[in-house]
Every structure is written in C-alpha cells, then in structure tokens.
Write a protein that binds this ligand. Sequence first.
Ligand SMILES: Cc1cc2nc3c(=O)[nH]c(=O)nc-3n(C[C@H](O)[C@H](O)[C@H](O)COP(=O)(O)OP(=O)(O)OC[C@H]3O[C@@H](n4cnc5c(N)ncnc54)[C@H](O)[C@@H]3O)c2cc1C
Length: 401
Amino acid sequence: MSKTIEKIEKNQCTGCGLCSVKCPKQCVLMVEDEEGFRFPKIDSSKCVGCGLCLNTCPATTAADGLYSKYNRSYYCGIIKDNEVLIKSSSGGVFGVLAEYIIRNGGYVCGCIYTDEMEAIHILSNRKQDIEKMYGSKYVQSRVEHCFTEILDHLNSNEMILFTGTACQIAALRLFLDKDYSKLYCVEILCHGVPSPGLFRMYKKYLEKSLGGKIKDIRFRDKSRDGWGSEHRTHIIYEKQGKLYDKWPILPAYFSAFFYGLDLRESCYQCKFAKPERATDLTIGDFWGSWAKYKKRFKEGISVIGVNTEKGSDLFLNVSNCFTFLEYLSEKEAIVSNDNFTHSIKRPKERTAFLSDILKKGYSGLWLKTYFTWTCRKKTLVSIYGAFVPEKIRLKIHTIKR
Ligand SMILES: Cc1cc2nc3c(=O)[nH]c(=O)nc-3n(C[C@H](O)[C@H](O)[C@H](O)COP(=O)(O)OP(=O)(O)OC[C@H]3O[C@@H](n4cnc5c(N)ncnc54)[C@H](O)[C@@H]3O)c2cc1C
C-alpha cells in the first residue's frame, strides 16, 4: 500500500483540504485536532492506497513548480472609494479587484463569516456577498469545498478572482492541474492563521460576557479611530433584537495572533513566505508608510506585489481606481513587511500557550498573551498603542525617523 497523507509531518500540513477533495474514494476527512486546527484523517476501511492524497499535497514537492519567474514589481496605494476603503483592512485593493471582476461577468472567491461566525470561503458574483468578504478574519478559513465549483466556472470560460492565503492558492492551482487564463490568484500577505477552535472559544466567551449573539468581529476596524493600531477590534452583538458595539481595550485574541502565539505549526515554516511567489498578485499592509505618508496613514495603505504578467494586466485595469498609487523598489516594499521574505518566528511558548488556553478556558488568555516572556516588548508596544493618542504617536514616530 502506498503512503497516505497521514504520513505527512504535522508541521508541514497547511490544512488546505486538497487531499480530501482529490481522494477518489472520499475517504480523507478533515478533522480538528486538540489545538483546534483541521488535519486529514483517513477512513482506512475505504482507502485503496492510491497515494493521490500525498502526491498532490502542496506541502510535499508538488508545489515547487508553481513559483513565478516574472520580474516582479511593487506598489503602494489607497483606493478612491471611501465606503469600501473604510471596510477594508488595508488600502482596499481587494475591493477594487472584486468589483472589476464582477463588472466583467466573473466570480469572486473569498473569505466570509457564516451566521455562526465560522470563517469559510465562498464563491459569488453578488455585491452583498463581496461586502462580507471585506476585511481580514484572523482565523484559518475553510476553502476546499469551493474548488470544484471554481473549475466548473473556468470550464465555462468565466473569470474567477480567488483571494486567500498563499497555501490556499497553491492548493487550488494543484487541484486545477493546469493554468487558466481567466483565473486570477491574489494572495493576502499572511504571517499565519490562528486556530478555528480558539476562535470559537473566543466567540463563546464574548457571547457569555456580553449576554448577546455575536454578529461580527471586525479586527483592525478603521471606522472609529483610523488605521494603524492593533487595538481596533470592533465587536457587534445582538441582544433582545437590538445591535450593540463593543471596542475592547487591549483585545487579547488579536494580540495573541499578532504576536504569533496561536498560529498553525506550518505557518512558522511557511514555504510560500519568500520573494518568489506562487500567485498573480500579493496584497498586504504597507507598514513602511509611517514617515513618508503620514498624512494618509489614517486611511490604510496597501502594498501590492505584481508577480506575473496576468497579475500585471489585472492590476493595470484597476489602476484608475486609486486616489494614490506609487511605484516602490523591492527594498522599500519588503523592508517593513517580513512576510515577503520569511515566516514568522515561532515563540517558544507557542505549544504551552495554546494547549493551556484550550484546556483551561478562554478567560486566562489576557494574562497569558500580555505576560508571555517572548512577547514582553510587544506588550509595551500594545499598551503604548492603546493609550497614547494617535496624534502624539505620529509625532513621536516622525521624530524617531
Ligand atoms: C490571517 C491573516 C493574516 C494576515 N497577516 C498579514 C501580515 O502579516 N502582513 C500584512 O501585510 N498583511 C497581512 N494580512 C493581510 C491584510 O490584513 C489585508 O487582508 C490585506 O492587506 C488585504 O487588504 P485590503 O484592504 O486590500 O482588502 P480587505 O477587504 O481587507 O481584504 C479582504 C480579503 O482578505 C481575504 N481574507 C480575509 N480573511 C481571510 C482568511 N481568514 N483567510 C484567507 N483569506 C482571508 C478575503 O478573502 C478578501 O480577499 C493578513 C490577513 C489575514 C486574513
């Protein structure tokens, strides 16, 4: 019998679910482990040992042929449409790309929250669904159920915009097994994905403490205080038929993600976090913008990496949707965004942190996050970000430079 996907090292598996879609016997199930991340599990009574699950896995050498050799270019920019910009996590690039694709008869695949606040990808051409895709959901999203539907649309010669993490894009491209001229793959620059199990626990904790049903969790929401600080988690909940807002100070769930304490093991050695990319476009936060663009900093600025000719054509088609767009050298683009070149460092407390929280309950998260030895410097930055007003912070930052 050949090796199956269960032979893969746990710290290699990205949880993309491609193995479960590829299996001709439908015997690979994606099951949450004790840390709340999904891993493949084989129903050995049905498995015929064909090995397809392992041979097409993006974590094995299968993904090596996906990297582009194109001469990459970089930009930073902010979109014109203020309504979309305010709902986006960075400069709103996703919003203009999605609008362009739909206007031209295509479909967009992106991440939304379900009514139960589970992060999943959906494929749609409806404006109301695209709006749900705006903004970063800091939890691993489920994606594999969209692959077959995407293939059907591509076979009908329809345009598809797929947006997600680089590992999800690798999985989709390996599923499709050939290049499609009408498929545009846009990756969000990602330093890692937190555990869906922990996120569920966070949601339950919020519902208990707020006494209502969580309707939305908008991380890094700009609508009240602008962009930049991480202390902008906006929670919307429903109680007795009415909607309420909550803006927690020092939100521990977000900080644990930001410090890299609760990420999937494979994220600490992400094979896609390197200058060569396996996608058409890369979009992320342009953190290099503090001093140079301080007047615009409140709006959110995107960094854009153009990785293929197809990506370049798509980007050119939306370039008139920006209120501000500037060319960047590679050095300028990557200097303050590590994920262009390498993965996040694994904090030594990572395993103990997650297992403790998941075993003992969410209420200890605040203490564990802010008093973790590795993260003590970041904790000071968080306190500074939460309590020092934006105006003063901008001044200090400019003097520092
Ligand atoms: C888990 C995660 C980690 C990130 N880490 C970094 C980082 O370290 N550095 C950095 O510069 N940027 C990071 N980002 C990306 C950044 O936060 C913005 O999402 C990105 O810049 C796009 O912003 P936008 O304004 O163009 O559009 P937005 O409207 O903010 O982007 C929405 C897009 O994000 C996708 N998306 C949202 N949540 C998820 C998810 N859970 N999984 C997959 N796709 C998702 C949607 O499909 C949609 O395409 C991360 C995003 C996520 C979700």
